[in-house]
Design a protein around this ligand. Sequence first.
Ligand SMILES: Nc1ncnc2c1ncn2[C@@H]1O[C@H](COP(=O)(O)OP(=O)(O)OP(=O)(O)O)[C@@H](O)[C@H]1O
Ligand SMILES: [Mg+2]
Length: 459
Amino acid sequence: MSKILVIDDDSSICETLELYLTEEGYKVQTALTGTDGLNRFVETSPDVVILDIRLPDIDGFTVLEDLREENENVKVIMITAHHDMESTIEAMKGGAFDYIHKPVDVDELDIAIKKAINTINMERKINGLLMEPSRDFKFGDIIGTGPKMSEIFKTIGVVSQSKTTVLIQGESGTGKELIAKVIHNNTSRSEPYIAVNCSAIVETLLESELFGHEKGSFTGAITRKLGKFELARYGTVFLDEISEMSFNLQAKLLRVLQEMEFERVGGKDKVRVNGRIIAATNKDLRTLVKEGKFRDDLYYRLNIVSIDIPPLRNRMEDLEPLIGYLLTKINRDLHKRIVGVSDEMMDIFRQYSWPGNIRELENLLVRAAVVAKGQILAKEDFPVLFESVDYKKMETEREEETKSIAGEFLTLDEIEERHIRKVIRDTDKNKGEICDILGISRPTFERKLEKYGITFERE
Ligand SMILES: Nc1ncnc2c1ncn2[C@@H]1O[C@H](COP(=O)(O)OP(=O)(O)OP(=O)(O)O)[C@@H](O)[C@H]1O
Ligand SMILES: [Mg+2]
């Protein structure tokens, strides 16, 4: 039986809540002052505390602080007559689990208590265990457990022993730049690492960025400028979004790759390339070649060693280790103690298509960690995901299937409800016509609308 402590100086509130919550099956204690509340808390260690902000002796925020000092996992639901944003923010920052306005709506309180107890149970279940990848890792490591990723690790190992050009292909957020850096870091005598985004700058500028220019080679070239290929010396030039490079520059890059030397813009001296070139793209270069948008000779030259990173949706075995890795990083950066993601949320994560791949996962976890009240990230901590177009698309697709998001078979009632909603949504027919489509009588239709709480506006 969960224990609840109510601290409020209004004895009628204490009595009402005691009555109501006892009926709901909780073990309830009440206190009229902050001091009394704190004493009772130490004696009985309740799971949830309902705490008024205005108390006669100590103010609620201080009580909250003291409670959390006693037990940092306590779930405190603050109640107050104030409606201002500031005290709400202050309460949440102080570690309150929820914040409810007076007069207390029992349904609202009920939901808050259930959520708090749910969180406590999940925290107990996980028992302080972090979802950690099985081996020790350093930050900057590439997490990957399946066969495709282990092939990639092997390729990285092989290319790190030479200065061959490498092409890295993968959807956005799959870790192309991360892999480029790991290759660079594993190559001996490789300094510095220089990244150039081929889509970010206009063609002429990109040319002089890459190859440099001689003094006076064009208006504005008042001094000689060294390009990235020259500045990289024995290091790495990372050419990001190579597919965006103009045809003209593609030809020049091809020459550099073939001869490993070039001239600065407006110059005649040959400059040697001693470093390594790594190119990356999130578009399929082969298709671009077929469409005549990328030079085939450059493609073949780049594709000698290529690393194709599979999208996250095709390597779901990495989901948990990645979450463990990212949460450890997030805890360190944000001074948090998140221990994991709820089972319910993991089920949703496994179904999701992850169009933004690991970057999307990382961003979602960071946002959730910032707002989370418990140590487990739960469904309500991921509003951004549920509002996203991609998630909604997935839900509609799911609607046509026979299983729920959690992968469980639907009941016949659930399927019936989905079907009725779908017919109403996808047709512009009136009630009579919909009854014909569904093959049921008008009264049956009305009953089903009521049963499933469906509102039907068209007559
Ligand atoms: N296998 C992995 N293990 C751990 N972290 C990863 C992994 N893959 C990607 N990340 C992290 O995900 C984020 C995105 O990775 P990165 O910037 O390398 O992707 P990208 O493929 O270059 O994306 P884009 O195409 O959008 O430029 C980074 O914070 C990176 O550290
Ligand atoms: Mg990138």
